[in-house]
Design a protein around this ligand. Structure first.
Ligand SMILES: N[C@H](CCC(=O)N[C@@H](CS)C(=O)NCCC(=O)O)C(=O)O
Ligand SMILES: [Mg+2]
Length: 499
């Protein structure tokens, strides 16, 4: 039987809010209502459901769990019940998804903007400069990506102070959990169908989540556009991947629903087995590849040698549909995000004034380190800022006093490294009560959440074939922790309860 530690941490005083407007989500979790026996029943049902439905990750204490399927599996870290989220902000996040998709595509076509925006970062950050090198090689050879597939996730937090939905970042490479986002939604809907009466909650307030099928369908349509019936979809993976089941969900839908074969290769394997033929076809291990879907290649750790860089270049030079292309990858960097927040920059890419206003409305404060006023303020009040390197994958951001320390360090060291970072306004979302479930044990805690809305975009020359919001992922972390990230081990997978 499961051992439950009811971790009744002393609760920090809830922030007394100046004005509780109708928009702030009403807490649906009144802990007093839950007796321990009832929670244990919910937890048991959730763990059984997760195990039966493949909501599982590799167990890091089991060394083969990242390479051999079916070995050393552990239920994914999850919230026991959905987190309240006001419907108006949910609608707003869904409404801007296709506008952000279109923006990424237009940025990707402006090679000069990408190179100019990142030119100083290039000198300060080797990883970004390697990506830019590949991008400039494509510009020099006038490489055209006629079929373009974007599978993005735009992450938001609901800022309690300003009552606004603010974008944390736009992820354009290796967006995790399109498989699990849907599953957690289905888990919560199932729990509320069984126990909703006791909880006074309605399962229909958990919005349906098409993340798995919509992402797989977009890949299938890209495969069709490439028009080689013998070609496969290649998933570029890390040699040791604890999140393989989230990835396999997409491959399973491609197989079962679209009869499309996927292969899994690391960048090192692509370098050994890959070839680009005269007509641009990419073959790996002799198999033609129509779509390359990256679930690796977004962090320096994915390039331990020149082999991996050779593989990235080889793929880029081919006619395969890259998801993302190098230009889409760079369009999702934090430096570009900060450039887009400058006055007049969105107007360079978008002409619809309403769309521009909708994007700007969800921009948090974003600055380079060249602004002495901002640096002075960040040194005085570091708790109001987050300092971000050009890194993806979670666990890289700088908070609190470390912001001050790093800014003072850069001033001492002469500021060349400034361009490797951006500064962002720190967002303070509402704290809610949650039950967090990890390793079969539940903890009761105060947490904050980040809503990720997936977006799928597929274009072939002038035809936009798909441009939609395609499901969501709610990630919830204890409010005492600065860093988030499920794969990085700080957050749990969650869904939303519209109120
Ligand atoms: N193991 C790799 C992990 C890939 C990964 O870290 N992706 C970043 C965007 S780059 C991300 O989406 N992070 C949010 C999910 C989280 O909180 O962990 C995979 O799953 O393919
Ligand atoms: Mg990210």
């Amino acid at each position: 039987s499961f051992i439950f530690h009811l971790n009744l941490r002393k609760r920090p005083p809830l922030r007394c809010l100046s004005s509780l407007t109708m928009e702030s989500p009403k807490p649906i979790l009144d802990f007093e209502k839950f007796d321990d026996g009832f929670v244990q029943k919910l937890v048991y049902d959730a763990l059984v459901w997760s195990s039966l439905h493949g909501l599982v990750v590799g167990d890091k204490t089991h060394q083969r769990s990242g390479t051999v399927p079916g070995v050393g599996m552990m239920h994914a870290p999850i919230a026991l019940l959905p987190t309240p989220f006001p419907e108006s902000y949910w609608n707003q996040a869904c409404e801007v998804a296709p506008i952000f998709n279109e923006l990424v595509d237009r940025i990707s076509l402006d090679g000069k903007f990408i190179q100019d925006s990142l030119s100083r970062t290039r000198k300060a950050d080797v990883f970004t400069s390697r990506l830019l090198e590949i991008h400039s090689k494509m510009l020099e050879s006038n490489k055209r990506e006629e079929i373009r597939l974007g599978l993005h996730r735009s992450d938001y937090m609901l800022d309690e102070e300003t009552k606004s939905l603010l974008q944390i970042e736009m992820n354009t490479i290796s967006c995790s959990f399109p498989g699990f986002g849907r599953l957690v939604t289905e888990l919560h809907q199932s729990l509320l169908r069984s126990h909703g009466d006791h909880l006074g909650l309605d399962s229909k307030r958990v919005p349906r989540n098409g993340s798995t099928s919509q992402f797989a369908d977009a890949m299938a349509k890209a495969w069709l556009e490439y028009n080689n019936p013998r070609a496969v979809v290649m998933v570029v993976v890390q040699p040791d991947e604890r999140n393989m089941y989230d990835q396999h969900w997409l491959s399973s839908v491609l197989r079962e629903k679209h009869n499309i074969v996927t292969i899994r290769k690391s960048l090192a394997e692509v370098e050994t087995e890959g070839r680009v033929h005269e007509d641009g076809t990419l073959t790996v291990g002799g198999q033609a590849v129509s779509v390359v879907y990256y679930r690796s290649g977004y962090t320096p750790r994915d390039y331990p040698s020149e082999s991996e860089w050779n593989a990235r270049l080889l793929i880029e030079q081919s006619s395969a549909v890259k998801c993302p292309s190098i230009a889409y990858h760079l369009a999702g960097t934090k430096k570009i995000q900060q450039e887009l927040a400058k006055p007049g920059v969105l107007e360079r890419f978008m002409d619809n004034k309403d769309d521009i206003a909708k994007l700007r409305k969800c921009f948090a404060g974003l600055w380079s380190l060249d602004d002495p006023e901002i640096i002075k303020k960040a040194i005085e009040k570091p708790e109001l800022f987050v300092m971000k390197p050009q890194r993806e994958g979670g666990g890289n951001n700088i908070y609190g006093d470390d912001v001050r320390e790093n800014l003072l360090r850069l001033q001492r060291e002469g500021e060349e490294e400034n361009a490797a970072y951006i500064l962002m306004q720190r967002i303070f979302p509402k704290v809610s009560n949650v039950f967090l479930l990890r390793d079969g044990v539940y903890h009761k805690d105060q947490a904050i959440s980040e809503l990720g809305v997936y977006g799928a975009y597929l274009r072939n020359k002038e035809r936009v074939i798909i441009n939609e919001h395609s499901g969501y992922l709610m990630r919830t972390k204890v409010s005492s922790s600065d860093e988030g990230g499920v794969a990085a081990g700080y957050a749990v997978l969650d869904s939303i309860y519209l109120n």
